[in-house]
Design a protein around this ligand. Sequence first.
Ligand SMILES: Cc1cc2nc3c(=O)[nH]c(=O)nc-3n(C[C@H](O)[C@H](O)[C@H](O)COP(=O)(O)O)c2cc1C
Length: 226
Amino acid sequence: MAEIGLFEAMYSARSLRKFKPDPVPDEVIGKILDAAIRAPSGSNEQGWEFMVVKDAAQRKKIGEVYRKGGDVLKALYTDRVKPPHMSQETYDKLMASAMYLIDHMADAPVLLIACLKQLPPSGPPPKLPPEAASAMKNLARMTGSSIYPAVQNIILACRALGLGTVLTTIHMFYEDELKAILGMPPEVQTFALMPIGYPQGKFGPIKRRPASEVAYLDHYGNHWKA
Ligand SMILES: Cc1cc2nc3c(=O)[nH]c(=O)nc-3n(C[C@H](O)[C@H](O)[C@H](O)COP(=O)(O)O)c2cc1C
C-alpha cells in the first residue's frame, strides 16, 4: 500500500475497535514491533517486552479477562458525566464503541500486549539529598513513561500499514489472570492491551481541543495564539 506521511498518520490514527477477521501477516506484525522498539526509554533501558497473541483459544481467554475489566469500568462510569469539550453525540459514540470492544476483544486477529520488565533493585536504596528524597513522591508519575512512547509508535505504525488499533488498559483490573494465561513472570508488568486488525471502520479525522486552549507561552495562563 502507498506510504502515508507522518502528519497524516497522526491526524487520522483514531481509535478503531471493530476488525475484519482477516489475518495480519507476520511480516506486517514484525514491522509494527520494529517501530515499537525505535521508541525512547528512560536511560535507554529498553525494558520493554511485547506479547503477540494470535492463537484463537488464547485470545478468547484474554477476551474474558477484558470483559471482566469492562464490568469494573461500567461500575466506575455509572455516574460519570461527559467531559465538557465533547458533544453528547461524540461521547455516546465513544462509549458505544468502548462497550462493543468489551464484548469483542477476542475478535481482533492479533492482540498485542505492551509490557515492561521491572527487576527489583539489586542493593540497598541510594542515599539522596533531602530535597531529592522529597521529590520521590513524584516517582509514581513516571510509571509507564518508558513504554507509552513505544505504544504510540505502534499506533502510528498500524495506521501507516492500514491497520486499526486502540490503546486499552482495563485488563489491568485483572492483570494477574491475563499474565497467568500467557505464562508471564511476576517481574513483567502489562501497560496496554491493543487489539490489531484490518478495520471495519474508517480512519480519522481526529478531533481534539485546540492547541490555543491547552498550550501557554512563557507563563501559565498566557494562551498560545499562533
Ligand atoms: C491511557 C489510555 C487508556 C485507554 N483505555 C481504553 C480502554 O480501556 N478501552 C478503550 O476502549 N479505549 C481506551 N482508550 C482509548 C481512548 O478512549 C481514546 O484514545 C480516546 O477516546 C480518543 O479516541 P480517538 O483517538 O478515536 O479520538 C484509552 C486511551 C488511553 C490514552
